[in-house]
Design a protein around this ligand. Structure first.
Ligand SMILES: NC(=O)c1ccc[n+]([C@@H]2O[C@H](COP(=O)([O-])OP(=O)(O)OC[C@H]3O[C@@H](n4cnc5c(N)ncnc54)[C@H](OP(=O)(O)O)[C@@H]3O)[C@@H](O)[C@H]2O)c1
Length: 91
């Protein structure tokens, strides 16, 4: 029942399988747009949101993994994972 969908990832239209996904969603009646955006970058999210007239719902599933045992998790490793998950949610 969703009529308008914006699919967001850093690769955007270059993401493998995205055209098939767009075709599937359009077949269900949605108008679909694909946008390349790093949701961990506030300025890019500002640009993304400026291009969406009537935002109703955000499904935030962006994430990168950097798994390891606790003692190997440096601030830099945790920071990049949080930049996308927590930073993306905040933005
Ligand atoms: N699969 C599981 O079993 C599982 C279990 C628990 C939790 N999760 C969580 O659920 C979420 C989705 O999982 P998944 O398995 O579908 O992961 P996935 O296949 O790796 O997909 C992650 C998506 O996030 C995008 N992404 C990564 N960094 C981004 C950024 N900075 N800005 C915008 N988009 C970004 C990626 O596209 P680009 O690389 O093109 O940006 C990709 O489309 C993740 O947060 C994951 O940690 C997954």
């Amino acid at each position: 029942g969703v009529e308008n969908i914006v699919l967001v990832s850093r690769r955007g239209l270059a993401a493998p399988g995205v055209l098939g996904l767009v075709a599937e969603l359009e077949g269900l009646g949605a108008v679909v747009r694909v946008v390349g955006c790093d949701v961990g970058d506030r300025d890019q999210v500002v640009g993304l949101l400026e291009g969406i007239a009537d935002l109703r719902v955000v499904v935030h599933a962006a994430g990168v993994l950097d798994d390891g045992v606790l003692e190997s998790l440096s601030a830099g490793r945790v920071g990049e994972v949080w930049r996308v998950k927590v930073g993306g949610a905040l933005h």
